[in-house]
Design a protein around this ligand. Structure first.
Ligand code: SF4
Length: 143
């Protein structure tokens, strides 16, 4: 059994980092924690520190200000780690593509510091909570 499979046998804990989103993606993440979607029943837990997390939920478009913070938080997350690029802004920089301050997409920023970093895309603007649950389950199966 690979190191990754062993590590993710347990519940996945996530840390949320907002890289200048419009906040709609973040509200959808909050929905995940409500009794309606209740992701804690799958063991998915939102934690207050990247040092306790297995995965990062990243929302918004990475810009010049947020890029160093994202890299710092990524490097603080223990290996093996997964990054969920949440929404069009994170996946492709969305409506900010070509902007003077745009440093994304998220996978490009992560791969600058860790070429083998795992980035999972959650499409939508904003993605629905069901899409997030689906992405986490698929990512765990793929790992
Ligand atoms: S993907 Fe859409 S909803 Fe999410 S932060 Fe970007 S503009 Fe807002």
């Amino acid at each position: 059994m690979s190191l990754k499979m062993k590590a993710f046998k347990k519940s996945i804990w996530v840390y949320h980092i907002a890289c200048s989103p419009c906040n709609n993606c973040d509200i959808e993440i909050l929905d995940l924690l409500t009794p309606r979607f209740d992701v804690e029943r799958f063991g998915i837990l939102l934690v207050g520190s990247p040092r306790h997390a297995d995965a990062l939920l990243v929302t918004g478009m990475v810009n010049r200000l947020t890029k160093p913070r994202l890299i710092e938080v990524y490097l603080q997350t223990p290996k093996p780690r997964v990054v969920f690029a949440f929404g069009s802004c994170g996946i492709s920089t969305g409506i900010f593509a070509g902007g003077y301050n745009t440093e994304g997409p998220i996978d490009k920023v992560i791969h600058e510091v860790d070429p083998e970093g795992i980035v999972v895309y959650v499409p939508g603007c904003p993605p629905k909570p069901e899409a997030m649950i689906d992405a986490i389950v698929k990512a765990l199966k793929a790992l």
